[in-house]
Design a protein around this ligand. Sequence first.
Ligand SMILES: Nc1ncnc2c1ncn2[C@@H]1O[C@H](COP(=O)(O)OP(=O)(O)O)[C@@H](O)[C@H]1O
Ligand SMILES: [Mg+2]
Length: 302
Amino acid sequence: MSIIEIKDLTKKFGQFTALEKVNLKVKKGEIHGFIGPNGAGKSTTIRVLLGMLKADAGEVSIFGKDAWNDSVAIHEQVAYVPGDANLWPNLTGGQVIDLLLEMRKQKPNEEKRQHLMKLFEFDPTKKCREYSKGNLQKVLIIAAFAADADVYILDEPTSGLDPLMERKFQTHLLELKEQGKTILLSSHILSEVERLCDTVSIIRKGEVIETGTLDELRHLTRMNFETETMQPIQELENMPGVHQFEQDGNKSTFQVDKEFTNQVIQVISQYEVIHLSSTSPKLEDLFLRYYEENEERADDHE
Ligand SMILES: Nc1ncnc2c1ncn2[C@@H]1O[C@H](COP(=O)(O)OP(=O)(O)O)[C@@H](O)[C@H]1O
Ligand SMILES: [Mg+2]
């Protein structure tokens, strides 16, 4: 069952269409990565999901409840880290954490709160105006994690955190997943998404251009090959399914579309293989490929 469901969500700001028929489903107990470059529409989607913006068209629900009309009921079960928060400059970090928890009608769980502050090495006694971006982010993360929720919606939560804190955040998120929590994590950090997420949606210019498990998305792309053979391989360069072929004497590197793997191996084997490696593409390769293809297509139209 999907806990979060977004169907054909369209959102306009005046004449500008920020989201165009966005579809997104997050199942119970999964971490769903929501990735895309700056300005792609991640925060706008999340604001609609949290009932802070009204959709122009489409259906948006959490637990089957409408994001706009039933937002009070939804918020009782949802904890979130907003993308750009303006926190009360004159309150201390500790006060803001308590305030955010009280707004959720939850008694601060002192033990959990202390544990999180220690984990993130956070000093709650300073005023918010004195905190760095990273420390402000910690206020929001601690408030979200200290809350008792079934669903966590996190909008680029690690922005401003140093790598050590980012790791701690990731470990904690995986613990929440172990507990069966459902998590939507927006990010533009691909390594973070690769490490944490079961499924991924890629958004670009207000449209979700791909969605699936990491493995499914990898299948869409090419395997990286590296070979060393007794004689230089000749006929690969112009073979269908082979891309970016580069050769240096008896060594070559290239990419192969999945469906051509067998044919390519047969060709290579005729040249007496000394070394052969094939590696899965990184999400980043997929991401870049999309960019290149879309840019090419955009250029074609000009
Ligand atoms: N309140 C707003 N008014 C006008 N345009 C907006 C508003 N909020 C966001 N946008 C525009 O919508 C697009 C998507 O923004 P956003 O959802 O913040 O992207 P992301 O979170 O992926 O970086 C951007 O072009 C942004 O400038
Ligand atoms: Mg954003």
